[in-house]
Structure formats: structure tokens, C-alpha cells
Write a protein of this length. Structure first.
Length: 585
């Protein structure tokens, strides 16, 4: 069974209740899906009449997507899927100084990797710059906007506080004609950056600071990755976003709670434009939900940039990073991410999700899909003294214990094997059932052996363990089950094993709340979050392809690195251990 099979039926939440009420009341029955009325048609193409809703995922292309974005992606695309609608992928590229084509391509790849399809509905905020400018001129002509020539410091000083109203700009009563002239000259590049801004005229005494004449356009002499050097003025995000939603006929504009205070401006702007016949009704409605707060993880873009630029991680796709490119490289599965998004649900209240839940979702899916293989990560040689030196034979191991239809694979067995160092103790601790002098164990899929002892080097380290095997004890042969032993060890043949680089990844931070209080978050970095070792793997793993996933018995789930793996030389990353190793920490 795949993890996706466990996502149905979807859990009810307040957003689904809103959508179902809107559909039951026929709110969108008369909507003209093809675009807005007026002098031009919107970029969004016509939609079949049976379409019920439209949602959108609108990332700003100024960085890589992270786990929090995955929650939003799954929510928006999942709602569209479940209610017979479509979800648009839209790049809110209104800030030319921070946006790059690299980020656009990465976002597209990440959304596809999560398993979602926007069909033909891929858009950019910059596709609508001409409409946004036209709407801004309309707001000026109707007295709803004016050009302000105060400096940024002056505007900040006059904005007021949560307990004090703001003060009107000396430019607030500029005539529409004067503001329109200045705005057009701003557009053609006549003024330097910061000389003027266009502000909405709302209420400088509003208790909501976002309604105190917010800036909606600023001058930027910067080249844009999509439009080049056409524009010298660029819209502010809070102005652009509701217009984009309306032009694309978005029905439910779903965002995180930090935008709740912006909703009054969202509604104010769309109402003004609808009153002028520039937008059709019903207008999009903004709905807020709580963002993802995950223990042992930082999702602050500023802090993630610091981790990369200061070299605390290898790159944005470092498997320890909470980016989706990092998650993919670590071996997290899209099915596991979708299962996680469904499990954590959607609410209006902020809460913390323990990172172990994400790991459990990965284990649940990987347990179903990952073939079993054997790897020895901390090797010591086991020599079977009474086994012929020139003999090797095949033992047979199941490829997946829950899926017998996947059959078995041959594992060569020989006189010298690699076993885990922890599987031998000279003086056994209480309850230790593995190799120690005089004790017998079964070599998994192979023979029962009796330990004779170990050999040490000059520093007292065990270099070899010696034992004798019972020739009539081979697994699967008649009479083998007459040997009753408590220990069952995994191994690989030393003559046939493949030596490979294995990267043992763990949580990037050792504290559940990195940087809590006044502590520098870098002080909470986990020094053991990455260990690189040379391990001995069963021979079949030599041919593992990039992004192939396996369970290494006893050790966890591993993936062949998608970047560094080469033909016949895979590099393996540990995705997650077999159980929560942090539960007792």
C-alpha cells in the first residue's frame, strides 16, 4: 500500500468548510472564467464550465522552497484536486533585485517532485505589470492614491505606532493631475530610486497600520529577470498579490497567518477596482491558516542564507537543510511529504509539530517501498577458522519481508566476513546476545557460528574475531532450525563486498528550538549532524542508481545520492533511522 492510499478521505478543516459552503450556495456559478472585463483579457486562459474553484501557490522566486512551502503546496493543490478545480503556480516576481531564474527553475522542479501539476496555469506577477500600472492610474484619477515625496525615514516617522495614529503626509492632498504626472514620470525613469512612492489613500488614523496609506509602487532602476529593463517602477507585493488573484479568477486565496492583518487592504483594493468595473465579482477571498512550526528546524530565510554563506552546511541542497532540494537529496519521498502534510492538518492557531512526525511519515512510506539490503558501517573482520578458504556459496535473503512476491537475492558467503564492531564484546554486558567467547549466534541467512575470541592490535583494538561454523546449520536447509540461538547478526562477504562512501545525516540542530531566547542559533548546531564513513555493502548495491532507496538492515533507510553517485560507484545518504533515536534524548 502506498502512503497516498492513506490520505483518503481528507480530514475536514475550516478551509474545506468554507469551500463547501461557497459551492453549496452557488457563489461562483455565474463567474466568467475566461478573464476580467475591460480593455484587455487577463492572462489566465479559459476554463471548462465544470470547474468549481481556483487556488494558487504563489512563491517569490528569491530562494529555495522549504518544508513550510510543502505544506502550502499540498494544501492548495490538494483542495483544487478534491473540489474539481485547478491550482495555479504563480511567481510573485515583484522585486527585481532579489529574484533569479535559478530559483524559478528550482521551484518548478520542487512542485513537480511533490507530485502536483498546474497544467497550463503557470504565471508570473510580471505578466500583469501593465494591468497593475493601469489600475494604479485609475486609483490616482479617482482619488484613492497619491504620489508621496517624503523620504523613507519621514514616512516611517509619520506612520505612528500601535497606540498613536499616523500623521498625514504633506503630499497627501496633491491633486490627481499632479500625482498622475509624477507617476508617469516615475515610470519612464525620470527620478532616482526613493525620490517618490505611490501610496493608497485610506486612513492614517486606522488602528491597522497596514491601512495607513500603504505604499503600492516604488521606483527601482533594476533589470527584471522576466521583463528586462522595461519598467522603472515596480508594484509592492501587497498591492500586486490581490490583483494577480483577481485577474486569474482565484476563488480562495489561501495564505499563512502573518498576512491576516493585510486582508483589510486586500479587500479594500479589490473593492475599489471592482467599483470601477475593472474586476468582476465575486472577488477572491483571502483565507489564512497557521504556518508550519517544526522542532529542531529553522525556516527563516535569513538564517538559512547565513547557514549557506558561512559554510555551516554544504549548499542549499545539503541533506540537512529544510529545503525541498535538500529533502529530496536526503532521500525523503514526495509521498512521505504529502502524508506529513495530511497528518499535521490545517488550523487557525499556531502550534509546534515535532520533527519525529515527519521522520515517521518517511519511515512509513519507505518501509513499504524500500528493498532490503545489508551494509556493515563499522566493520571488523570475522574469520571462520573451519570454513574452507577456497570456497564460497550463496545464501538467499528476502528482498522485502512484507512483499514475498519480490523474491530473494543471492548473497555470497565465504571464510572471511565483515560484521559490525559492536557485534563482538570480549566481556559481554548483561543481556548481550551477540558474539563473545564461547557464545553461538546465527549469521543471518547463513550458518550458526561459535565465537572463539578476538585478536587485538598494539593499541588494544579488536582487529579480528575468530569463530567456527556448524556445517549443518545453514538457513533453509533440513535440520537448521534445531540450533537455538538468541543472536542474529548481519554480515557481508569480505571477498565480495563493495566499499562505498556513506554519509550518516542527522538533525542539523541539537536543540528543539534553535536560538531560543537570546541565544545565537549557531550555538545549537549539532556537531554530529553529518559523518562520512567507508562502509562495506553487499555486492548488488554497487549497481545502485541515483535516487534508488534501500533499507540497510538494522541501520535505517538510505538513498543513492542524486548528485555525487557515479556508475558502479554510488554514494549513499542516510535518510532516516529505523526508529526515533531522539525520543529518549
Amino acid at each position: 500500500m502506498s502512503a497516498d492510499a492513506k490520505l483518503s478521505p481528507p480530514a475536514t478543516n475550516f478551509i474545506r468548510n468554507i469551500i463547501e459552503a461557497d459551492l453549496a450556495g452557488g457563489k461562483y456559478a455565474a463567474r466568467r472564467w475566461g478573464g476580467r472585463p475591460g480593455p484587455a483579457q487577463a492572462h489566465a486562459g479559459a476554463t471548462p464550465d465544470e470547474e468549481k474553484i481556483r487556488t494558487r501557490f504563489p512563491p517569490e522566486p528569491n530562494g529555495y522552497l522549504h518544508y513550510g512551502h510543502a505544506k502550502s503546496i499540498c494544501l492548495n493543490f490538494g483542495l483544487a484536486r478534491d473540489y474539481g478545480g485547478v491550482c495555479h503556480l504563480r511567481f510573485d516576481d515583484t522585486n527585481p533585485e532579489k529574484e533569479e531564474k535559478e530559483y524559478v527553475e528550482s521551484i518548478i522542479d520542487s512542485v513537480k517532485w511533490l507530485g502536483f501539476d498546474w497544467r497550463e496555469n503557470l504565471y508570473h506577477a510580471s505578466d500583469y505589470f501593465a494591468w497593475m500600472y493601469e489600475f494604479a492610474e485609475y486609483l490616482i484619477r479617482t482619488g484613492h492614491a497619491y504620489v508621496d515625496s517624503q523620504s523613507a525615514d519621514e514616512m516611517r516617522a509619520n506612520r505612528g505606532t500601535l497606540t498613536e495614529p499616523g500623521r498625514d503626509s504633506p503630499n497627501r492632498e496633491r491633486s490627481p493631475e499632479e500625482s498622475l504626472d509624477l507617476f508617469r514620470r516615475m515610470k519612464i525613469g525620470e527620478f532616482p530610486d526613493g525620490a517618490h512612492v505611490l501610496r493608497a489613500r485610506i486612513d492614517m488614523a486606522s488602528p491597522n497600520l497596514n491601512l495607513r496609506d500603504p505604499a503600492i509602487y516604488r521606483i527601482r532602476h533594476a533589470s527584471h529577470h522576466n521583463t528586462g529593463d522595461i519598467w522603472c517602477v515596480y508594484p509592492m507585493y501587497t498591492y500586486a498579490h490581490p490583483i494577480e488573484d483577481a485577474l486569474e479568477n482565484i476563488t480562495h486565496s489561501i495564505c499563512t497567518l502573518e498576512f491576516e492583518d493585510q486582508r483589510p487592504f486586500y479587500d479594500w483594493l479589490l473593492e475599489r477596482l471592482a467599483e470601477g468595473g475593472l474586476l468582476q465579482r465575486p472577488l477572491p477571498q483571502q483565507i489564512e491558516f497557521s504556518r508550519l512550526n517544526l522542532t529542531y528546524v529553522l525556516l527563516s530565510k535569513r538564517k538559512l542564507i547565513q547557514l549557506v554563506e558561512e559554510g555551516h552546511v554544504d549548499a542549499w541542497d545539503d541533506p540537512r537543510m529544510p529545503t525541498l532540494v535538500g529533502a529530496r537529496r536526503r532521500g525523503f519521498t514526495p509521498e512521505g511529504m504529502r502524508l506529513f502534510a495530511e497528518r499535521i492538518g490545517v488550523s487557525k492557531s499556531d502550534s509546534w509539530i515535532d520533527f519525529s512526525l515527519l521522520e515517521d511519515c518517511m519511515r512509513e512510506h519507505l518501509n513499504e517501498i524500500a528493498p532490503r539490503r545489508i551494509a556493515v558501517l563499522d566493520p571488523v573482520k570475522l574469520i571462520i577458522d573451519n570454513y574452507p578458504a577456497d570456497l564460497s556459496e550463496d545464501c538467499f535473503a528476502q528482498n522485502h519481508p512484507q512483499h514475498p512476491e519480490l523474491g530473494k537475492r543471492a548473497m555470497p558467503f565465504s571464510r572471511e566476513l565483515w560484521i559490525e564492531r559492536e557485534d563482538f564484546m570480549e566481556v559481554p554486558a548483561k543481556g548481550y546476545f551477540r558474539l563473545f567467547p564461547g557464545n553461538s549466534v546465527r549469521l543471518r541467512y547463513g550458518y550458526v557460528v561459535k565465537c572463539g575470541g578476538g585478536v587485538k592490535d598494539a593499541d588494544g583494538n579488536i582487529t579480528e574475531v575468530h569463530c567456527e561454523y556448524m556445517p549443518d546449520s545453514k538457513s533453509g536447509t533440513p535440520g537448521a532450525d534445531t540450533y537455538k540461538v538468541k543472536g542474529n547478526l548481519h554480515w557481508v562477504s569480505a571477498a565480495h563486498a563493495h566499499a562505498a562512501e556513506v554519509r550518516l545525516y542527522d538533525r542539523l540542530f541539537s536543540a528543539a528550538s534553535p536560538g531560543a531566547g537570546d541565544r545565537d542559533f549557531l550555538q545549537d548546531l549539532n556537531a554530529d549532524s553529518k559523518r562520512v564513513i567507508t562502509a562495506y555493502l553487499e555486492a548488488s548495491l554497487k549497481d545502485a542508481k541515483a535516487e534508488e532507496r534501500y533499507q540497510f538492515e538494522r541501520h535505517g533507510y538510505f538513498v543513492a545520492d542524486r548528485i555525487d553517485s557515479l556508475p558502479a560507484a554510488p554514494v549513499f545518504n542516510r535518510t532516516v533511522t529505523l526508529r526515533d533515536s531522539w525520543g529518549k534524548t
